[in-house]
Design a protein around this ligand. Structure first.
Ligand SMILES: [Mn+2]
Length: 347
């Protein structure tokens, strides 16, 4: 079992955003960063923010490459929500490659589109699971922290020194649900769901706020330290601000925790930064910031390479909108897989 919060190496390093199975983008970015996986050499350590996998063409190849770099002592990585889903055995859109599920598909322009992803063999599955289950939730040193989605000191204080992240997330989930059950909130949420039958129908916009449904959703994220760090907290949205995403109507949205002060520069992924608003149903939480800006001491390094699968559905094969970025630290400059020159970040 891994230690859940581990030490980042001292000195200059590069923090790479969510890769989502985009092996070609990762290879291009590593070349620009001076990493040669074959020669096992790197100019400086590489740190991955999680979500290495799902939706893209080759999650198997990405994990094998990252595992190779980690084993060679050239890279470090934290768990993202996609790795947590895989370890927990949760079947989600875009993770059918792991079990070779043939029903894995995305809804695109009203059509079912199958993900053309490399399927893992049984020995690859074993290796991938073994590697991912050893990843920590956070990496830190005095002047920098790397987590997938959010940081909360109170949640971090509840973590044991070491543990199995999927098992811990499940144990907290059960404990939270038992409390919700005892308080009657779960029963009220079920009642609301029965009254409002159209939760999974995009054309059936809710006419009122389902407060218990919202409260249950918030509690399951906020009170679960593993979920909080890998997916972020959620907050209720007002009547009229409900939105449809991931196949159901939502009464909660992601908490913009980066607007509050943090104790040190903190780098995350998880929130699509390049043209998130252009995607139906996708939240553009970082849209209020300049494209290369920090939010106080928080920087999101996910430049949406994970939407290339959508761009390919549209027939695009190059000049993608979404890119894979690395934040060079302490220089605070961005290197992209698809741009020759580094881009400075802004305050
Ligand atoms: Mn994520």
């Amino acid at each position: 079992m891994p230690q859940l919060i581990q030490r980042l190496p001292e000195g200059p390093l590069d923090v790479v955003g969510d890769v989502h199975g985009e092996l070609d983008a990762l290879l291009a970015l590593l070349r620009r960063l001076g990493v040669d996986p074959d020669a096992r050499t790197a100019e400086r350590p590489v740190v991955f923010v999680g979500d290495l996998i799902d939706r893209g063409p080759d999650s198997v190849g990405v994990v094998e490459l990252v595992a190779h770099l980690v084993e060679a002592g050239l890279a470090h990585a934290v768990v993202g929500n996609h790795e947590l889903n895989l370890l927990a055995g949760d079947r989600k859109e875009g993770n059918g490659w792991f079990e070779g599920r043939t029903d894995d598909h995305a809804q695109f322009d009203g059509e079912r589109r199958v993900f053309p992803s490399r399927v893992a063999t049984s020995s690859e599955r074993e290796r991938i699971r073994a590697f991912l289950s050893e990843l920590p939730l956070a990496l830190e040193r005095d002047d920098l922290r790397v987590v997938h989605a959010s940081w909360d000191p109170d949640a971090a204080a509840k973590l044991p020194l070491e543990g199995d992240v999927a098992r811990l997330a499940d144990e907290w989930h059960r404990a939270i649900d038992a409390e919700l059950e005892a308080s009657g909130l779960r029963a009220r949420a079920s009642e609301e769901r029965r009254e409002f039958a159209g939760l999974r129908d995009q054309h059936c916009e809710p006419t009122r706020h389902l407060a218990a449904v919202a409260a249950v959703d918030c509690a399951r994220q906020r009170a679960n330290p593993v979920k909080l760090i890998t997916s972020g907290a959620e907050v209720e949205v007002a009547q009229g601000k409900h939105f449809f995403v991931g196949g159901k109507w939502r009464f909660v949205t992601r908490d913009a925790w980066w607007r509050r002060p943090v104790d040190r520069p903190t780098v995350v992924g998880h929130y699509w930064r390049r043209r998130a608003a252009a995607i139906a149903g996708k939240l553009d939480l970082w849209g209020e910031y300049e494209p290369h800006a920090w939010a106080g001491d928080v920087f999101c390094v996910d430049y949406s390479v994970g939407r290339r699968f959508l761009e390919r559905f549209r027939g695009r094969r190059r000049d993608f909108d979404g890119g894979l970025a690395a934040l060079r630290f302490p220089e605070r400059a961005l290197v992209f897989d698809d741009r020759a020159a580094p881009v400075p970040t802004t305050r």
